[in-house]
Design a protein. Structure first.
Length: 91
């Protein structure tokens, strides 16, 4: 199924602008500043969560239809900075 930014079923994929509008509206509804979010927030969130769950970059690339794993890796945000870090034994 394909949806319009207004939530109706459509015949073609939503544009990047439409996805950004949906993302900003959802952020505002949740009490966040919509200016801090974009359509890329969805992509980065997907890739970051997939990486934190141990998903393979090649499978992520296939899902997103990117041409390179390097581009996919650019979207993965640090998700384990505080796991086994240098100061873990500080009290």
């Amino acid at each position: 199924m394909k949806f319009t930014p207004q939530g109706r079923v459509g015949t073609k994929a939503m544009s990047d602008h439409g996805a950004a509008l949906v993302m900003k509206a959802a952020a505002a509804a949740a009490g966040y500043d919509p200016a801090a979010f974009s359509g890329h927030s969805l992509r980065a969130g997907f890739f970051t969560e997939a990486a934190s769950q141990g998903e393979d970059l090649f499978r992520m690339k296939r899902q997103s239809r990117h041409k390179s794993t390097d581009m996919v890796a650019e979207y993965v945000r640090p998700h384990d900075d505080w796991v086994d870090h240098a100061g873990r034994r500080f009290s």
